[in-house]
Ligand binder design. Sequence first.
Ligand code: FE2
Ligand code: FE2
Length: 281
Amino acid sequence: MIIAQISDLHIGYAGQGNICKNAERLRLVVGALNGLKRKPDLVVATGDLVEKGIEWAYTDLKNALKQIEAPVYLAFGNHDRRQAFGKIFPEFPYADGFLQYTIEDHPVRVIVLDTLDEGRHGGSFCQTRAQWLDARLAEQPKRPTVIAMHHPPIRTGIDWLTIRPGAGWVQRLNDVLSRYDNVKHILAGHIHRSIFKSFAGVTISVSQAIAPQAKLELADIDPDVPDGRILLVEAQPGFCLHLWNGEDITTHSAQAPCGKTLLRYDKKFAHVVRHTLDLDH
Ligand SMILES: [Fe+2]
Ligand SMILES: [Fe+2]
């Protein structure tokens, strides 16, 4: 089973009626996903679906996602807005007013969480959402499960894109996850670059964005002293493939386009594959 993850699409960044570079970047990644020999079983978009949570941007997003040759599931990020989203995507289920739901059709159960607190940049996971997650995990405590959410509940080392130590919502999530041992992976976004860490005993991977990426810089930042550092770079749009092999998840991070082809598995280079497989020994 393969879960493809796209994140931080920020569709509509240029405003209504203008050419959206993020939509073009999304098209590149959709082309990469559709071009895979082994297709993903599903695609999860982990939030910041649009730049501003307004209806026309969600309509543009919906049209763009139709090109993906796999079922697509959506999560909220801090740029999303519940009311506008609900008008364009009425098919998505809500729990207690939050975009939280499970995907049951595959060997691995996927639980989509809602960490949006409208108007705030940072994450949120209130008691209501935590109780819902606890109840869902309690339903199937032995089944391999993956959690998809926008805000990674981790200190990233990138000072302007990190959680605050001791944040209540992070503790709440940690408390629930610590009660179960069947959560195999957490997929997140929001940081606009690849990060790997563990949280509550679970591996967490943060996907690159469809939109431009955060520049890697781990120096402390002073909110009162702009030091001219680069915050965002164009880079290429990225995505992840999470491969379930029956035991655990292996996460692959990629960009599209992936660059010039240097080697192809055809008759001329078949020996390369035989050699790497050690078939001649
Ligand atoms: Fe984002
Ligand atoms: Fe975000």
